[in-house]
Design a protein around this ligand. Structure first.
Ligand code: UD1
Length: 369
């Protein structure tokens, strides 16, 4: 029987595949999908909890690749994925999402086997090749056959790279599909109260980019910034495993943990995190997706990065990219806490229906025969 292969590997992929799987299954004639988990993220808190909360079925294939250097991890993904694709019959196409190593590795494998690839969240560009995700985006878009774009700049970026127009479709944002689907239950969870905090009187923090957490001096500066923020408003900081390892390695975890107003947590499930994000007065983060989620929720976001591949969150949304300057970060936080922030606007196609549009396109291009 004809099948589409849907790939997920790391935490930010799981909220993107959930609505696609739902849309495939809910067609008048359901479309058969083979779900592949590469195992790039493997801790229960980075993977299993998302499957449970988002109602994603057990993967049909698990590649169990785990962590490693970029080359090791990508190579393991490619070798294991190739073997599985060779085994599967009548694969009509491979769907990859986002910009993680699993996205790029599986795209390369499928393209070389002449299997069409659709990239969901195509066209985003930070123009910063020091970001591993930027390499993943550029390579994935260069060889994928169908580029499904989530924000207006993606269309411009792909046109500027000479991608033929018929390969590119604006579909909107699948991550917002999941947010819309989960928001009521996340609000009911009321994580703020569970932590003894009050809605609109907390800041949510997430940090995991290598450029922020892998160097002692930078991470130490960020810890000082967070302690300063926590003196004004309680901060809730679910700590990514990479960041936790580095805080311990640099002897910074105790300094942060002991500071007044700081609540350090293990990584949170999707709903717990969304509950806090929706209740936050402000979010401080270096995440890609959180810039979009806060824009949708109209919560101010201070992005601790020199650039963003999601500029619509700045031009239309609630995001401020503060660069590497920690004084600027503090001033932006201060402006938000003093009520000097601008409201955001709704973004085209961030409406909870992106996955349906994607599946319509796939059905027409890959399955009609
Ligand atoms: C990856 C993605 C990044 C995404 C992030 C979200 C790439 C290049 N990066 O970065 O785009 O924003 O996921 O989390 O694909 N670890 C664990 N348990 C896990 C997974 C990782 O302990 O389940 C630890 C390991 O020490 C590992 C480190 O985290 O070496 C980094 O994991 P890795 O998948 O290489 O990259 P992330 O930083 O998570």
């Amino acid at each position: 029987m004809a099948t589409l292969v849907l790939v997920a590997g790391a935490r930010p992929n799981f909220m993107k595949i959930a609505p696609i799987l739902r849309a495939l299954a809910s067609r008048t004639t359901p479309i058969e999908a083979t779900l592949v988990h590469t195992g790039q993220h493997y801790d229960a808190s980075m993977s299993d909890v998302f499957f449970q909360q988002l109602g994603i079925r057990k993967p049909d294939i698990h590649l169990n690749v785990g962590s490693g250097s970029h080359a090791q991890q990508t190579a393991k993904i490619m070798m294991a994925f190739e073997e599985e694709l060779l085994r599967l019959e009548d694969v009509r196409g491979v769907i990859v999402v986002g910009d993680v190593n699993s996205t790029m590795g599986c795209t390369l494998v499928a393209a070389k086997m002449h299997i069409p690839v659709a990239h969901v969240e195509a066209g985003l560009r930070s123009r910063d090749r020091r970001m591993p995700e930027e390499i993943n985006r550029v390579v994935t878009d260069a060889v994928a056959d169908l580029l499904l774009v989530s924000e207006p700049d993606g269309i411009k970026n792909l046109a500027a790279e000479g991608v033929p127009e018929d390969k590119v479709c604006y579909v909107g944002n699948v991550m917002i599909d999941t947010l819309v689907h989960q928001l009521d239950s996340a609000r009911q969870l009321d994580m703020a109260s569970k932590l003894g905090l009050t809605a609109n009187e907390l800041a949510l923090v997430t940090l995991h980019r290598p450029s922020n957490v892998d160097h002692r001096e930078r991470l130490s500066g960020l810890v000082d910034l967070l302690i300063r923020v926590a003196a004004r408003i309680p901060i809730v900081f679910p700590v990514h495993p990479r960041t936790n390892n580095k805080l311990r390695e640099f002897d910074l975890r105790d300094r942060l943990d002991g500071a007044p107003g700081v609540h350090l947590l293990d990584p949170l499930g999707y709903q717990e995190n969304l509950s806090l994000m929706a209740a936050a007065k402000l979010v401080i983060s270096d995440s890609g997706g959180i810039q979009e989620e806060t824009t949708f929720l109209q919560v101010p976001c201070v992005t601790l990065r020199p650039n963003t591949e999601r500029p619509v969150t700045v031009t239309e949304g609630t995001n401020t990219v503060v660069g590497e300057d920690l004084d600027k970060a503090w001033q932006t936080v201060d402006a938000v806490l003093s009520g000097r922030n601008r409201p955001g606007q709704a973004i085209d196609g961030w409406d909870g229906r992106a996955a349906e549009r994607i599946v319509d396109i796939l059905a027409e291009r890959w399955l009609a025969s």
